[in-house]
Design a protein around this ligand. Structure first.
Ligand SMILES: C[S@@+](CC[C@H](N)C(=O)[O-])C[C@H]1O[C@@H](n2cnc3c(N)ncnc32)[C@H](O)[C@@H]1O
Length: 334
């Protein structure tokens, strides 16, 4: 029987991108060391995501095929989610981004791993698009993000967006607007125990509108300012909500399926510490460039585990190998 490799608990490093299978990376990291995890794993879509981008020479792609069906996918995710649970601090939170194909299966797994009492929300990310009448179903226009706390001490601030106008606020509250002796507008708000307090419209406008679990945010398309050409790139606005709602400045944010690094770029911009992992060397290099640009190259972000030996290079997918060489030639790192 092959000997089980001894796990090494490294001290946690931030500002680094691990290139490799996340299960192997996570197993090396210390328990209860991360404040917030967001992951956006392959979705069980039975597709190969491919896109030609940049000058047309680079081909990005990642496999999202599960020959063994949903059971295989769930088993694969289970061992990773268990590691994420171990890595989270007691006050930490996790957000797992899925869609209608796998969310129900993964919800059952997460209830088992994180505890049903720690389930907080299924966030519905709704995006607009051109809808057609289909033969036997409605258009799917949402992804689902499962949000769990690790326990009762969980850090959470919520998130607000601006009100369009005082009229919008009043319409939703369905209350009569009154005016005090100084001419300031208010509504009467229920303060519990039969008590009513004045809620000034100016205060409500300043504090903003708390968001619920349905988030309307545009998808990234090739005319978006943020567009990098990475398939399944997520909008920064989505990550900004998650990171602001569930972490403080200086906290440690991790994304173990980081793709082109949306989580890491937003964490960097919001003064959080971060670490990322992706199995694709192309993605890791893209992340490194993306976060370096944010601080104008003043800080070096290291990629750990980039393939270098002949054996490692031979193991790469053909398109990964091609990208690896082309990106290096284009950016002068070869
Ligand atoms: C849906 S994409 C993530 C997109 C990302 N949220 C963004 O905004 O760019 C999923 C990523 O998971 C990576 N991936 C798949 N299997 C992996 C594994 N075992 N370990 C690490 N990364 C993996 C893929 O290479 C891909 O970049």
């Amino acid at each position: 029987m092959p000997k089980k490799k001894k796990k090494v608990e490294e001290t946690l490093r931030t500002g680094v991108i691990y290139c490799g299978d996340n299960i192997e990376v996570m197993e090396r990291l210390p328990s209860e060391s991360i404040d917030l995890i967001y992951v956006d794993p392959p979705f069980f879509s039975n597709r190969q995501h491919e896109v030609i981008w940049g000058n047309g020479a680079e081909l990005r792609s990642f496999a999202d095929r599960w020959m063994g069906g949903i059971k295989h996918y769930v088993n694969w995710m289970r061992e990773r989610l268990m590691e994420m649970h171990r890595l989270l601090k007691p006050a930490g939170s996790i957000y797992v981004h899925l869609d209608w194909r796998a969310v129900h299966y993964i919800k059952c797994e997460m209830d088992r791993i994180f505890g049903i009492k720690n389930f907080r929300n299924e966030i519905i990310w709704h995006y607009s698009g051109w809808n057609k009448i289909l033969k036997d179903h409605f258009e799917n226009r949402n992804d689902s993000i499962l949000f769990y706390g690790k326990g009762d001490e969980q850090v959470f601030f919520g998130y607000t967006i601006p009100w369009d106008s005082e009229d919008e606020y009043v319409k939703i509250r369905k209350q009569k607007v009154r005016t005090d002796v100084d001419g300031r507008k208010y509504v009467l708000s229920d303060a519990g125990g039969g008590k009513r307090i004045k809620r000034y419209l100016a205060d409500a406008m300043r504090e903003g509108r708390p968001v619920d679990n349905v988030w309307d945010i545009d998808k990234i398309n090739n005319s978006s300012k943020e567009f990098l050409g990475y398939p399944t790139q997520k909008p920064e606005a989505l990550l900004e909500r998650i990171i602001k709602a569930s972490s403080n400045e200086g906290d440690i944010v991790a994304d173990f399926f980081c793709g082109c690094g949306t989580t890491l770029a937003v964490a960097e911009r919001l003064s959080r510490r971060w670490l990322g992992c992706d199995v694709s060397p192309t993605a890791c290099k893209l992340v490194q460039r993306r976060v370096s640009k944010l601080n104008k190259g003043s800080r070096k972000f290291e990629i750990i585990g980039m393939p270098v030996t002949i054996d490692e290079l031979k193991k790469m997918e053909p398109f990964e190998f091609q990208n690896h060489i082309i990106v290096d030639l284009l950016h002068g790192t070869c």
